[in-house]
Design a protein. Structure first.
Length: 299
């Protein structure tokens, strides 16, 4: 009997595969890789899903997710490999609170933000997870959220590739393949904006900048991020806004025009009728995005 040949990836730095592709994306210490369905089938008996405390979830996400950052979270779930004598954490899903409630109320206007709707802000699985792990994991997370009264989840896919200042690709760009494959509704792009990209390829978000300018809770973490990249330490009594401007110049932050992340919406319910009863505040769009955005031009 002759088995079909496993197809090759189209090119080495493939960002995402189509929703019907047999390739599944994985992350380890900020670097992406690919798992083919034929490399080993998913066996639900070898995995379990459980709630995770924030300390464990944060350590896993900061280590393995390309952003190396952790959001404001409401609940975290872990995917555990239970095939051996010790439960091994192999994936984390974080559902949290976005910067503005409009992130939730624009696509889901009839649901109370934070209590009936949340954002899926991090979703990362290790390379050892076999193909189809993500859809099984996501479905179990939604089951738990539904039991907590959550009826809607909004998630974003960042389609803009990013490189370090030395040219190393650290984020290939995403269009939301896993969301399309798990029946989310595509509702277009979020607001276009200009983002600050640091030399390590991470984005220095405007919310972090606001914390520094206003000296809000979390400002020290944001300052330390810039100091670690070479910014001078702020002098006692200095103007935080002035220091931030100097620090961004000192580390070589560059402006990148972002056309907006792709927005996907899940309506949760026990039946199809319950899901469809939840009104969308934004139109469902077709076709789904298939490719990341072109790489930004070098400054």
């Amino acid at each position: 009997m002759t088995l079909p040949v496993q197809e090759q990836l189209p090119f080495e730095n493939l960002a995402e595969a189509p929703a019907i592709s047999p390739w599944c994306q994985r992350w380890h210490q900020g670097h992406h890789s690919w798992k083919h369905l034929r490399d080993g089938g998913f066996d639900a008996r070898q995995f379990a899903v459980g709630r995770l405390d924030e300390e464990q979830a944060k350590a896993f996400v900061v280590t393995h997710h390309y952003s190396h950052s952790y959001p404001v979270a409401k609940v975290q779930f872990g995917l555990y490999d239970v095939s051996g004598p010790v439960r091994r954490l192999s994936g984390v899903a974080v559902f949290g609170v976005p910067v503005s409630s409009r992130v939730l109320t624009n696509p889901l206007p009839d649901l109370r933000p934070f209590s009936q709707s949340v954002e899926c802000s991090r979703f990362v699985l290790l390379p050892k997870c076999p193909g189809n792990s993500e859809s099984w994991f996501l479905a179990r997370c939604f089951r738990e959220l539904l039991a907590d009264g959550i009826r809607g989840v909004v998630s974003f896919a960042d389609p803009v590739p990013r490189r370090t200042s030395t040219g190393v690709l650290v984020m290939p760009g995403h269009v939301g393949t896993i969301y399309a494959a798990t029946n989310a509704t595509y509702t277009g792009r979020a607001t276009a904006r200009t983002v600050k990209v640091l030399p390590d390829g991470t984005v220095f978000h405007e919310r972090a900048a606001q914390k520094i300018r206003r000296q809000e809770q979390g400002c020290q973490y944001a300052q330390d991020q810039l100091i670690a990249l070479g910014a001078p330490r702020p002098r006692p009594g200095c103007d935080p806004a002035a220091w931030l401007r100097e620090a961004l110049v000192a580390v070589g932050a560059r402006n990148v025009r972002h056309r907006g992340a792709h927005r996907w919406v899940f309506r949760l319910g026990r039946t199809r009728r319950e899901r469809e009863e939840i009104r969308l505040g934004l139109p469902a769009l077709h076709p789904f995005p298939k490719q990341p955005d072109p790489e930004p031009a070098s400054p």
